[in-house]
Design a protein around this ligand. Structure first.
Ligand code: IMP
Length: 423
């Protein structure tokens, strides 16, 4: 597949962990390029469940080099804990490489994430409170950012932490939050430096050389298209570029080197946190999706909001990402519904549109226009050939790909690695 981006086509939690793990079997390099430990990727191999939040899911392939690239924000304690968890379960993490330019999530970022959320009151975003937004804020502000490479110089690191802590403590006191002791913070971080610094590498060069020498490189997106800070349902988004452009800036690879861009979508829709969600369900059908699909966040444990598949949103995802194909996950969860509605357009104050409204007020006013497809009752979890799916399930897939204009090349029918259909 050459250089392939796998990214979420909805609001995150589409099953990217299982999809990247599926593709990573053939990958030489796997790259995380945005976000931090707000992501939660679940991989199921036999009886084993792995929940990863920072290290690329492709780490499960013992011959691939996992990379955390410059576009990520890293909480070193989470990184080291994840390395230890994997190491303790026999997964080799020694090949992990980290960009010196990735930014560090500091304790005040988490405290400020919490403080900003409280202050937003009813307008809260519903963040994961992992410090993601405040860490990216510091990256853009520049003067108060601390990067992975800063861990390599303890003297300069202590000075930097002291200077930044005094500024952050002033802000925290305005929120009535506890200040941080800069010495404690610096020592806590430096205690992890000998686990992190040896992994620092020129990841952009590594990735570039791998692509140029014909290796398979998998770029693993976190969150989803509609959570992109520029192209998502702002302000109810995350603080990084989750769309395909994020793979370019977040890894240092020019756009022409990418071969495939695979969007991952559930066969229905979920969203965690606040924000518009036109096809959201508050009825028994939604409760059933949550129950059968196990729709609870990997990171925060929050119940995800369920809804029917939204082709308007997927068409938008296909456009902003230049998707070359789609991987549809969790089709098995839809077994047992008599009818399966799909949103094919929105009604915005009496006007029908096939496009995602570009104004937030219009999106908030949008109600879905459904095409109702017949459902199927069969358990499809053992199906491995498209032809063996019930005719109505095949019709659902064919209808959706036609409506989006992007081929659905894979369908998953269960959480296990092998429970997938390749068309
Ligand atoms: P933040 O990324 O913690 O700032 O949260 C911003 C928004 O993105 C919130 O609505 C979160 O629920 C959502 N979010 C962040 N990471 C994920 C994810 O991995 N899956 C789904 N939603 C996410």
């Amino acid at each position: 597949m050459g250089a392939t981006i796998v990214l979420g086509a909805q609001w995150g939690d589409e099953g990217k962990g299982r999809v990247t793990d599926f593709f990573a079997e053939a990958a030489d390099v796997v790259v995380r390029y945005q976000g931090g430990n707000n992501a939660g990727h679940t991989i199921i191999i036999g009886d084993e469940h792995f929940a990863l939040s920072l290290i690329p899911s492709g780490v499960m392939n013992p011959s691939a080099v996992p990379i955390i690239a410059n576009g990520c924000v890293i909480d070193p304690a989470v990184l080291v804990a994840e390395m230890d968890m994997l190491g303790g379960r026999g997964v080799d993490v020694s090949r992990l490489r980290i960009s010196p330019d990735a930014h560090l999530i500091m304790p005040w970022h988490k405290a400020l994430d919490e403080a900003y959320e409280t202050r937003r009151g009813p307008g809260a975003i519903g963040t994961t409170k992992k410090g993601i937004g405040p860490a990216y804020q510091d990256k853009v502000i520049r003067s108060s950012a601390i990067r992975v490479q800063d861990l390599a110089d303890p003297v300069a690191f202590r000075e930097r932490v002291e200077r930044v802590a005094s500024e952050k403590n002033a802000i925290l006191s305005a929120f009535g939050a506890e200040p941080y002791d800069s010495t404690d913070v610096a020592e806590d971080y430096l205690a992890l430096a000998d686990r992190v610094v040896p992994l620092i590498a020129d990841t952009a060069l590594l990735i570039h050389d791998a692509i140029r020498s014909g290796k398979e490189v998998l770029f693993e997106g976190a969150q989803g298209t509609l959570l992109d800070v520029d192209h998502g349902t702002y302000p109810f988004v995350t603080s990084s570029n989750t769309t395909a452009g994020g793979a370019v800036t977040g890894s240092g690879i020019g756009p022409k080197l990418f071969d495939e861009i695979v969007g991952v979508s559930k066969a229905y829709t979920t969203r965690v946190g606040e924000g518009p969600f036109p096809t959201e369900l508050h009825d028994e059908a939604g409760a059933r999706m949550v129950r059968v699909g196990g729709e609870f966040g990997v990171v925060t444990g929050r119940q995800r909001r369920p809804g029917w598949l939204d082709v308007v949103a997927l068409r938008y995802a296909a456009r902003v990402n230049s998707l070359t194909s789609l991987f549809l996950t969790k089709l098995d969860v839809l077994s047992g519904f008599d009818e399966v509605p799909v949103a094919v357009a929105y009604d915005v104050r009496g006007t029908k549109t096939a496009h995602l409204p570009h104004l937030a007020a219009d999106l908030a006013a949008a109600t879905p226009v459904y095409e109702v497809m017949p459902g199927w009752q069969e358990d499809i979890s053992a199906v491995r050939d498209f032809a063996d799916l019930p005719a109505t399930a095949r019709a659902y897939i064919e209808f959706v790909e036609d409506a989006i204009g992007t081929p659905i090349r894979w369908v998953s029918v269960g959480p296990e690695r092998q429970q997938a259909i390749q068309r």
